[in-house]
Design a protein around this ligand. Structure first.
Ligand SMILES: [Zn+2]
Length: 78
């Protein structure tokens, strides 16, 4: 029995574990090259970044659109 970092979240898991107890990744002890791990980390960062952007964009959208609607709903002229 030996512990290795999960290939997905780097939580220490047993090499014989079928799934990571922390993130649920299958074959967490499966060894992959550092390059692959770096690429996975980069992909994860991109996913998180996009998710954050989407979240911020969603909030901005929900804030700006009602304002624009309010402005455009105002009758024209004096
Ligand atoms: Zn994990």
């Amino acid at each position: 029995m030996s512990l290795v970092p999960c290939r997905a979240c780097e939580h220490l898991v047993d090499t014989s574990a079928l799934a990571c107890p922390q993130c649920g990744a299958t074959d967490p002890g499966c060894k992959i090259s550092r390059q692959q791990r770096d690429r996975r980390r980069l992909v994860a960062q991109i996913v998180v970044g996009v998710a954050l952007l989407a979240g911020v964009g969603h909030v901005a959208w929900n804030t700006v659109v009602p304002m624009v609607k309010q402005m455009t709903a105002r009758p024209a002229g004096n």
